[in-house]
Design a protein around this ligand. Sequence first.
Ligand SMILES: [Zn+2]
Length: 292
Amino acid sequence: MTKPKNVQVALTFDYDAMSVWIGGLGPNSPCAMSRGEFGPQGVRRILALLKEHEIRATFFVPGHTALAFPKTVEDIAAAGHEIGHHGWVHENPAALTADQERHVLEKGFEALEKVVGIRPRGYRSPGWENSVNTIPLLVEYGFNYESSLMGSEYSPYWCRIGDEWSPTEPWKWGKPVDLVELPVSWMLDDFLYFEYVPLPNGYLPGGHSPRAVLQTWIDEFDYLYEKVGEGIFIPTMHPQVTGRGARMFMLEGLIRHIAGKPGVTFTTCNDYVDQWRIGKTPSLPVDAAPAE
Ligand SMILES: [Zn+2]
């Protein structure tokens, strides 16, 4: 007899709006801002689809977005979805000093507190670019989890402080800390597939077919479901990307493919982490060399 499946799905939406363009991705122009301005329209479509399927999801919201579009952020919270921290204005933490990173973390908290009265338990770094100061700060501020790293695919793991690396010395494992990593993947991020972005040294082409990307995501889910059998599936979408036109068919198709399979449930990131933590304490990955 085969083991029953135990797969959970956390749909995540990074509500970047204008902040992703102000914070340094691509051009800083009125046209770029207008791409972010579409965000609330995408949010409304996504909220309606989630309601139709009775799914609770997780929205990572920069403080800047909460102040620009408070009504939609209130709507997200009122519908029972989780709201996570996603920086102040989508600044790259790896380009900040520790003091600057603390400052933008607090500005993000203040904006979400002001708009929806929520203090997030989860964090996702803008652009998935943690600095060496990010994990210590998140631990200090009492976060439950963060979702920006890629050291695993379907299994959460404990974050670490103090990993050391250099071209000449052996890798040194840091200390596992009381912060859970919910791993992400560029393969499961809508932005790279769809968005044309001029960059200083080239461009992101975007323009993929939503049907082709849907098939890629279904294949990724099926590998987890059929071959691994347990874990969490975490696609990352953006209202200004997936919320536009035919791309919504992709999200709907993904939900239809996943929903109703035996042993599969939708969850929020924070609910999943609370459940995963039971009976566990911070530890190194199983493959890590033992401490000397
Ligand atoms: Zn983002």
